[in-house]
Design a protein around this ligand. Structure first.
Ligand SMILES: *[C@@H]1O[C@H](CO)[C@@H](O)[C@H](O)[C@H]1NC(C)=O
Ligand SMILES: *[C@@H]1O[C@H](CO)[C@@H](O)[C@H](O)[C@H]1NC(C)=O
Length: 306
């Protein structure tokens, strides 16, 4: 046994030319990770283990001709639509060899599904993973929730490293919503409904600080907060838990139990008709993310159900 280890150690320590060369590998990644209809999408073919000159051949399954061939590792789709779905192959060639990789471009269409949060938890949540690159001067968040909790709970929590309560949609008690921008809260009173799901939209614009709130498609009186503020990035966005730190600091006593669906966010304001369209999952404006192609990661016990 000792002899074998010694032998392996000597092999591992052998210098220079005898050491095996790192194998050339390729990997495709998409940016943003979930494409939005009529927005730009980039597929990048990343090569490791080779620093020589490379040629990239892009092909798509079912397409008789190559999409692109040349030194460019990026395949740019200026305006993504359903015809772009499918399996892409990138073949990278250099003097050292060749690496081939594939990637399937899919849609996470959750339109007939809801996220079920089965029980109180300190960990279970859904992370939303959009590409948000620029700070926000305006935003709108809409979602539907269904719960019979009477204690406080968090629906939508947007944290940055600097501010864990950058954007928060919270229900302190039945009949009340709390909206937070940059750690400043605002409260809206709504009817107490038991046995019915509730659809809410919440918008904010920096130039006036005006906050819009819609309950089951109806506009509530506008109020305001945080005039002149800017919502920061990068963000960690969580459904079903309240972040007290970037990506964590959850409190069981504020965890959500029940169903969440039709989650949308825009980097702009919204009209009354836009709110109603979002309620029916047919948004008028292209969102940053939405239920028709939802970029998400389930952490712990949360289920996606019809
Ligand atoms: C989808 O995009 C392609 C260009 O990449 C375009 O030719 C086609 O008309 C578009 N289809 C729809 C339905 O918008
Ligand atoms: C935010 O909204 C205001 C008022 O609607 C508008 O004037 C401004 O251009 C918007 N900002 C961005 C970055 O879209």
């Amino acid at each position: 046994m000792g002899g074998l280890w010694l032998c392996l150690l000597i092999l591992a320590a052998l210098p220079g030319p005898a050491a095996p060369r790192e194998t050339m590998r390729a990997k495709i990644w998409a940016q943003p990770p979930a494409p939005t209809e009529y927005h730009q999408l980039m597929l990048s073919c990343e090569v490791t283990g080779d620093r020589g000159p490379q040629e990239f051949l892009w092909e798509k399954e079912g397409s008789p001709v190559p999409l692109q061939r040349g030194p460019d590792s990026i395949l740019l789709i200026p305006s993504f639509n359903n015809t772009h779905l499918g399996t892409y192959t990138c073949t990278a060639t250099s003097t050292q060899g060749r690496a081939v990789t594939t990637y399937t471009l899919r849609i996470n269409d959750l339109r007939s599904s809801v996220l079920v949060f089965p029980q109180e938890s300190q960990t279970a949540h859904v992370q939303v993973t959009p590409e948000l690159e620029l700070p926000l001067d305006n935003f709108t968040v809409c979602l539907r929730s269904f719960s019979d909790l009477t204690r406080p709970y968090s629906l939508f929590s947007y944290a940055t490293k600097k501010q864990s309560n950058e954007i928060l949609l919270f229900k302190p008690k039945p009949g009340q919503y709390e909206l937070v921008v940059g750690n400043k809260p605002l409260f809206f009173t709504v009817p107490i409904s038991l046995g019915e799901s509730e659809h809410v939209c919440f918008s904010w614009e920096s130039s006036t600080g005006i906050v819009g709130f819609w309950f089951n498609g109806k506009p509530w009186p506008r109020k305001g907060l945080q005039k002149g503020y800017t919502v920061g990035v990068p963000a960690h966005i969580v459904l079903g838990q309240d972040q007290d730190s970037f990506g964590g600091g959850f409190d069981t006593q504020q965890s959500f139990v029940g169903e969440i669906s039709s989650v949308y966010m825009w980097d702009m304001g919204i009209s009354n008709s836009g709110v109603v369209s979002a309620m029916y999952d047919t948004p008028e404006q292209t969102p940053v993310f939405g239920w028709r192609n939802f970029p998400y990661k389930i952490v712990g016990e949360v289920y996606l159900k019809p």
